[in-house]
Design a protein around this ligand. Structure first.
Ligand code: SF4
Length: 138
């Protein structure tokens, strides 16, 4: 995506997480944790990095992914995200992922899964594109 091109979100999009947990629970999936994100997550839980990685992560690509329970729920979800201030970029950039912004239809369809879409503050086109860019590594 390019800053000088026109998109359906040229005038921005509203989003504010409602902490419903729908994107953290249910369907199984990978949640990429970058090498540079691990120490802050471990410190947030008061754990040394080694035991933290062993308990909560598994190897994925060049780094790790977060483990899930048998129901596909993120291990850090407990009536809300328990690592919210240090959650990985994959989580903090949601729902501004390239796959969700391919078309307005796709974005509107996502409202059924994410009640935060259409709520809260307006993200500008520049902010959205910056998040899309950061999320491209996942
Ligand atoms: S589905 Fe949307 S509103 Fe619910 S926790 Fe995820 S980002 Fe927040």
């Amino acid at each position: 995506m390019f800053a000088d091109r026109a998109y359906f979100f040229d005038h921005g999009l509203r989003f504010e997480c409602q902490q419903c947990g729908q994107c953290c629970t249910g369907e199984s999936g990978t949640i990429y944790v970058g090498p540079e994100e691990i120490a802050a997550m471990a410190a947030h839980l008061g754990l040394p990095v080694g035991p933290f990685v062993e308990t909560y992560l598994y190897p994925f690509r060049d780094s790790h992914s977060i483990r899930e329970d048998d129901l596909g729920n993120c291990l850090f979800y407990d009536q809300g995200c328990t690592i919210y201030p240090v959650r990985p970029m994959q989580c903090s950039s949601f729902p501004f992922w390239f796959s969700n912004l391919r078309s307005e239809k796709r974005w509107q369809a996502l409202r059924r899964e994410c009640p935060g879409i259409g709520q809260g503050r307006l993200y500008t086109k520049q902010e959205i594109l910056a998040r899309v860019q950061r999320a491209l590594r996942f």
